[in-house]
Design a protein around this ligand. Structure first.
Ligand code: HEC
Length: 112
């Protein structure tokens, strides 16, 4: 390849990678990070993770606030702790991944 084309190729590659990251699929993020405790359908697993489908918290919390919740989690010493079990924080996920998974669990909510 012509040597002068390399910077152009590099620019295109660098510009494309964040675009892929932003298009995180909420279902994939859930399967990779949440399913083990909350079950494949968000129905909850006894002694591991709460039922998210029936959760009024998921239904009533705005997506942006849910993202903030997911960043820090909820630990047993939190007065809001419902089960006395830890919900880990996911501060290491990207904003795009957190927004996608928050939208995903809200879309699956069937809380009355
Ligand atoms: C290690 C197990 C574990 C993992 C992994 C986990 N959770 Fe949790 N989660 C819990 C537990 C336990 C609770 C209940 C905390 C409590 O008692 O208040 C909970 C609570 C929640 C709540 C609050 C529900 C309510 O009604 O108050 C939401 C929302 C939630 N998790 C979403 C997620 C999402 C999204 C992921 C993946 C990014 C995830 N969790 C990963 C264990 C887990």
């Amino acid at each position: 390849m012509n040597n002068r084309l390399w910077p152009v190729v590099l620019m295109v590659v660098c510009a494309t990678i964040p675009a892929f990251a932003a298009a995180a699929d909420g279902g994939d993020v859930f399967a990779q990070n949440c399913l083990a405790c909350h079950g494949s359908g968000g129905e909850g697993i006894e002694n591991l993770g709460a039922n998210l489908r029936d959760s009024a918290f998921v239904r009533d919390t705005a997506a942006a606030a849910l993202v903030e919740f997911l960043r820090v989690g909820r630990f047993p010493d939190d007065p809001a702790s419902a089960t006395g079990r830890p919900m880990p924080g996911f501060g290491w996920l990207t904003d795009g991944e957190l927004e996608a998974v928050a939208a995903f669990i809200k879309s699956r909510s069937s809380a009355p």
